[in-house]
Design a protein around this ligand. Structure first.
Ligand code: SF4
Length: 295
């Protein structure tokens, strides 16, 4: 396994399909995507989030979708095509992470659709990595257990940092202070996640320390006391809810207008997709797929 490879002192070999490639992750939500990229780096993968979405994202996305797709398709497509048009990008050394899952929506169509657009544009050599519960995360070979465990910890930890930010920012006495602390905590989290700690127990202890540091930093932020804001809950579609480019920074706008905001997070969606996959397996007379059990 991954940790035993590292404990022998060597850097882990990147999982087969990613050897010698740069893996790009779509930043549905900035901090969780960066934390997940750090987990991939701990596996020896050269991983990074796609550059910030912009007008070119929308232009490229619109050019290769027809409007029937949901908006997240357009944004993700645009961000990935933007990477490919960067000077010096070699499709043979490029991989995109495209999660997939079962559920009552078009999310499961993203992967085949992206594949078909890339083929049409002549980017057949780009690798699409799609670890999922259904295939037991088998794309990652022997590193699948490390990916699942550390990836889950990365998501939960970054969700906690978002909650701390949402509680602190509306009441900050110094404009920008909560964002600065959040950024410092995300960097701290990424440093913890991309290191080898010699085992999952030690990794958990470092993560616990990291989150306690974050809690302490947020608590030290100067607050405007005696100031109560109406609390607004944000629910709805996960990508547009979390992606600040897609929702035009809705949370910050509400805060600027005098509200405190609370929103459900990414962990909830992962619970949902996993329970939905389990439900499908049960309908087929089993509890897990063979590949999921093997990982
Ligand atoms: S829930 Fe999200 S991914 Fe699914 S169809 Fe709607 S916008 Fe697309």
């Amino acid at each position: 396994m991954f940790f035993s490879q590292l404990s022998r002192g060597g850097a882990p070999a990147p999982p087969g399909p990613l050897a010698g490639k740069k893996l790009w992750l779509p930043p549905m939500s900035d901090a969780p995507a960066r934390a997940l990229a750090a987990v991939f780096r701990s596996l020896g993968v050269d991983a990074e989030c796609t550059p910030r979405s912009d007008a070119r994202t929308r232009e490229l996305g619109a050019r290769h979708t027809n409007g029937d797709e949901c908006y997240p398709t357009k944004v993700t497509m645009g961000d990935y095509l933007k990477v490919l048009e960067r000077p010096g990008t070699d499709p043979r050394k490029t991989a995109f992470l495209m999660a997939t899952g079962q559920g009552p929506c078009r999310f499961g169509q993203y992967l085949p659709y992206l594949r078909s657009v890339l083929e049409t544009l002549g980017y057949r050599d780009v690798t699409l990595l799609s670890p999922s519960f259904e295939n037991g995360y088998s794309d990652l070979g022997e590193n699948s257990t490390h990916f699942v465990r550390s990836g889950w910890r990365a998501i939960v930890s970054s969700d906690i940092l978002r909650k701390l930010l949402l509680k602190a920012r509306p009441y900050e006495a110094i404009p920008g202070a909560a964002d600065a602390v959040h950024e410092e905590c995300v960097r701290d989290l990424c440093r913890v996640l991309e290191c080898n700690h010699g085992g999952y127990g030690a990794q958990m202890e470092r993560l616990r320390e990291c989150l306690l540091r974050a809690h302490g930093l947020f608590r030290m932020l100067p607050r405007r006391n005696g100031y109560v804001r109406p609390l607004i809950g944000i629910v709805g579609e996960i990508f547009c809810r979390l992606n600040t480019f897609s929702n035009e920074d809705l949370v910050r706008r509400l805060e600027e207008a005098g509200a405190e905001v609370w929103m459900n997070d990414i962990s909830e969606w992962i619970w949902y997709t996993n329970s939905e996959a389990s439900r499908m397996f049960r309908l087929q007379g089993s509890r897990y797929s063979k590949t999921a059990l093997a990982s």
